[in-house]
Design a protein around this ligand. Sequence first.
Ligand code: NAI
Ligand code: UGA
Length: 452
Amino acid sequence: MVNVGVMGTGYVGLVHGAVLSSYGFRVTCMDVDEHKIERLNQGISPIYEPGLEELLHEGLEKGTLSFTTSAQQVVQSSDVLFIAVGTPAKEDGSADLSYVWEVVQQIGKYINGYKVIVSKSTMPVGTSRSIALYLDGSLRGTSYRVDVASNPEFLRQGKAVSDSLAPSRVVIGTESEEAKELLKTVYATHLEQDVPFLFTNWESSEMIKYASNSFLAVKISFINELALLSEKVGARIQDIATGMGMDDRISPHFLQAGPGYGGSCFPKDTQAIVDVGRKNGEELYVVRAAIAANDKQKAKMVSKIEEVLSFDGTLKGRTIAIWGLAFKPDTDDIRYAPSYEIIQELLSRGASVKVYCPQGMRLAKQQWTELSSRIQYCDSEAECAQKADAIVLMTEWEQFRTSSWEKIVRTMRGNVFFDMRNMFTEDSVVRQWFQYYPVGSSEYGYPLQEAQ
Ligand SMILES: NC(=O)C1=CN([C@@H]2O[C@H](COP(=O)(O)OP(=O)(O)OC[C@H]3O[C@@H](n4cnc5c(N)ncnc54)[C@H](O)[C@@H]3O)[C@@H](O)[C@H]2O)C=CC1
Ligand SMILES: O=C(O)[C@H]1O[C@H](OP(=O)(O)OP(=O)(O)OC[C@H]2O[C@@H](n3ccc(=O)[nH]c3=O)[C@H](O)[C@@H]2O)[C@H](O)[C@@H](O)[C@@H]1O
């Protein structure tokens, strides 16, 4: 049986490790964060991700999953080592690979036999080759050997467990047949499930990850710009997306207009591929435009709120209830959430801001240090709306669908509803009680026609 090690137990490392342990592999997950490891050993997940805690409990009880802070232990007990540390954006947009190099050095230091080193972390083109060169150099003169593979992760937060159990594809970039065979053993379940596999070289595999995220970001920015135009010309963005999506070549996915994309990956990966382009003498104009359009989108959302609510060009005296902080539903992740910038702008225009998010508030209180003292955290969406002039729905949490609208509106000072996710465009009850502003349609309370 292949022993698996995972270095870095964030979203990717933890979910990947837990899923592989559920397939019966002995998995050791390592992280430098002692508190995280202590809690994981008690079966407590550091992140909110549906289905994850069940997998953790199962792995801990069966003894197939263990957690450690010891790099030596994870390296020496594993045949295959997955690198799953963060690769955040630096100030200049390039990827910060310092965590990756930390673990690569530890692998070089503690290695005790043949290992396949697999990067799950999203890493700029050329990184796998550099890792292979570095390890070959540091193992020269020893009897130890490594093979390096790039194996990008495509899971979505909020659906991380189900995406890992049934991935859209498995991409493996490696120049070694031995590594390929070992990884086929690790992914035997996916091979049996007929998940598509693509074997390629390091550079293509690394690029597939950035290309996929950038393409999705471009798609979102495209529909968001058309949403802004639709508001001006009397078109409805949801009908446009439906009409476009009927063409299989376009597909209906990732055509939901909104306040701009966020999260820990699209913003950083689009910047990183632009940086790689620049360093290689190729300006990536399309991706750069998607980034600029995303910034514009967030600014336009603030202008829209301002147009409706401002007195004398400011929002002084206005109270705004923000529903949803997380960058998307079913996650507690608030990294690069559009809510952050929008709240900041509303505060700078003089508004008072109350917030509620089903899962995002714990991390917001910890991480938004400067902002947290200037906003009021509430325990429910109803409490958040009390005495507010307007609700701004930032994240499409399902629980918002069943809100008691009449009760809510009666406790408010105003009745304006900005639906940044077009969650209620077809909900006559919301439109009956609120002055309703969706994204991408200037019609108020319009009855949406079912697409034929
Ligand atoms: N979050 C997501 O949904 C996805 C992320 N990715 C990529 O996967 C990588 C990891 O992302 P996340 O899981 O979100 O990161 P994260 O930021 O949630 O977790 C990274 C973990 O690495 C740990 N770490 C840092 N230095 C370490 C070291 N020297 N040894 C061991 N652990 C160390 C940190 O303590 C942290 O727990 C990134 O490259 C990201 O772009 C790819 C697909 C999906
Ligand atoms: O590399 C990564 O980290 C991951 O990034 C995204 O996953 P994730 O960030 O979890 O979330 P998405 O569902 O892709 O949403 C990203 C952002 O785009 C926004 N979005 C998404 C879809 C859409 O139609 N419109 C839209 O505004 C979401 O609200 C969110 O802010 C990709 O979908 C994953 O395949 C990838 O593995």
